[in-house]
Each structure stands twice: as C-alpha cells, then as structure tokens.
Design a protein around this ligand. Structure first.
Ligand SMILES: CC(C)(COP(=O)(O)OP(=O)(O)OC[C@H]1O[C@@H](n2cnc3c(N)ncnc32)[C@H](O)[C@@H]1OP(=O)(O)O)[C@@H](O)C(=O)NCCC(=O)NCCS
Length: 151
C-alpha cells in the first residue's frame, strides 16, 4: 500500500538516484555533475524531493529571483505518475515563491508534453509565448506563466 508523499529539500544522498531518473525521463538530461553542483555547491537553484514510502518518487528544481519563480524541472517516476506527486512538487515551489512575494511563476515546456501542460494549466499557468526550436532536437518550447495578484 502507498503511504503519504513528503516533500523535502534535496541533499547529497539523492544525487545518484536523481541523476539516474534524469536519464530515464528526459531526452537531454541534466548531468550528475550539474546536479551535484546544485545540491552541494552554493547555488541559487533549489532542488526538492518527493518521497513516497521513504523512496524517491519525484523531484524538481526551481529558483526565485526578484519577483519571479522559475520552474526549471519537475519529474515523477513512471510507476508513480497520476498520484498527484507532480502537483505536490509544483505546489511546494509556488508556495515557496509566494512566501518571497513573487508576482509571476514562469517555465518552458515542450510543445508535445501534454501531461505537463495540463498540470500547469490546472494551476493557472497560461501560454505566454513560444521559443522556436528551443530544445536540442529542435522541438519548440511553450513559455507558460502564472500571475499572482498584486499585494
Ligand atoms: C508532468 C508530470 C511531472 C506530472 O506528474 P504526476 O505526478 O503524474 O501528475 P499529477 O498526478 O500530480 O497530476 C496533476 C495534473 O496534471 C495533469 N496530468 C498529469 N498527467 C497527465 C496525463 N497523462 N494526461 C493528462 N493530464 C495529466 C492533470 O491535470 C492532473 O490533474 P488531475 O489528476 O486532477 O487530472 C509527469 O508526467 C512527469 O514526470 N513527466 C515527465 C517529466 C516531464 O515532462 N516534466 C515536465 C517538464 S517541464
């Protein structure tokens, strides 16, 4: 039986598994060195883990700068999809940004990535532009933004 999903900050023990998951999930994965620099170095990028039954079921990277939170990456293990884990990771990132008074959250997503686009739409993200041939295989990126009410 599946337990509760816990979101926590990424740490050094997560690097190998996150790097493996990157390779399995993304056509242009972040390298283990890149992930390690973020987690162990003094990076402005934050990494978070979704833990299910004490195992890594998903992760994400994001940062907040000025009035904006940038969602760099959200990934959920194939066997754990559609259990609201992606949503929990995204919620955590947005709440963290809101706590820093952001007015916008922004991200890029592959034009063909329907599951992710649907998730972002559900959270109130809207299309804000296209970056033509943004990915190394020439696929376009859709820019999506979510606007928070001015305080
Ligand atoms: C996108 C991704 C993170 C979603 O994670 P998830 O844990 O499976 O999603 P959730 O269960 O939290 O679903 C949240 C919402 O996303 C949408 N969604 C997720 N998967 C979907 C699918 N296969 N088809 C349609 N909508 C989908 C739905 O709106 C869903 O809400 P609902 O359950 O009320 O319908 C996951 O599919 C994934 O890891 N994909 C590969 C990596 C990736 O592309 N990441 C995004 C990079 S920008």
């Amino acid at each position: 039986m599946s337990g509760k999903v816990k979101i926590r900050l990424m740490d050094g023990r997560d690097i190998d598994i996150v790097a493996e998951m990157e390779v399995q999930i993304f056509p242009s994965p972040w390298t283990k060195k890149g992930i390690s620099d973020i987690v162990l170095g003094d990076s402005y990028i934050k990494g978070i883990i979704a833990e299910l039954d004490k195992k890594i079921a998903g992760y994400g990277f994001y940062w907040s700068a000025g009035s904006e939170t940038y969602i760099a990456n959200i990934a959920v293990d194939k066997k754990h999809r559609r259990k609201k884990i992606g949503e929990k990771l995204l919620r955590y990132m947005l709440d963290d940004g809101i706590s820093q008074n952001i007015s916008t959250a922004v991200l890029e997503v592959r034009k063909s990535n329907m599951p992710a686009i649907e998730m972002y739409r559900k959270f109130g993200f809207v299309n804000a532009g296209v970056r033509k041939k943004y990915y190394s295989d020439n696929e376009d990126a859709i820019i999506m933004e979510k606007y928070f009410l001015e305080k």
